[in-house]
Design a protein around this ligand. Sequence first.
Ligand code: IMP
Ligand code: MG
Length: 179
Amino acid sequence: MAEQNVVLNNLTFELHIQNSEIELRITQLAKLLAKGHSNANPLFISVLNGSFIFAADLLRQLDFACEIEFVKVSSYAGTQSTREVKQVLGLSKSIENRTVIILEDIIDSGLTMDFLLCDLARFKPKQIEICTLLLKPEALKVKLPVNYIGFEVANDFLVGYGLDYDGHGRNLPHIYKAV
Ligand code: IMP
Ligand code: MG
């Protein structure tokens, strides 16, 4: 049984999406990805830190040739998205002429993803698609072509399954929302 409430740094969170639901959705996403890309040897780019669990679970559901790289773009502190977005770190492989699929835990304002798209486009990939576990449509500040979405969620602050609140809660198997 999942805990109904968790407390992190004195903030209470309530159960929002059970791990079993996440697993099911990931299986569906894997099927959609196979349809679109099973012959393309896509390069997945997982955005650290938040997407490490999503990326690990998704990749193990893919039964076609693919590769993965991890990058870091820090832009977030506390429960409010900051405006400034820093640089992309850690890309060690050429993406020229590759099918690139960015894996993100959550798209909030969309500024991080917008920056990533522009930055990666400089290296001339064949195409770039976006696959995010969570999307907050009401929080979006820019137009983004999001190709694969696990769950659309309200404008709440979420933790668990890789998502953190000031560093805590990434290890929770389920997703919780701030009360
Ligand atoms: P954006 O640039 O506002 O779209 O924010 C993207 C990044 O902020 C995500 O990759 C997350 O790391 C973080 N973030 C956004 N919303 C949440 C949330 O509800 N919980 C935890 N992290 C979040
Ligand atoms: Mg993230």
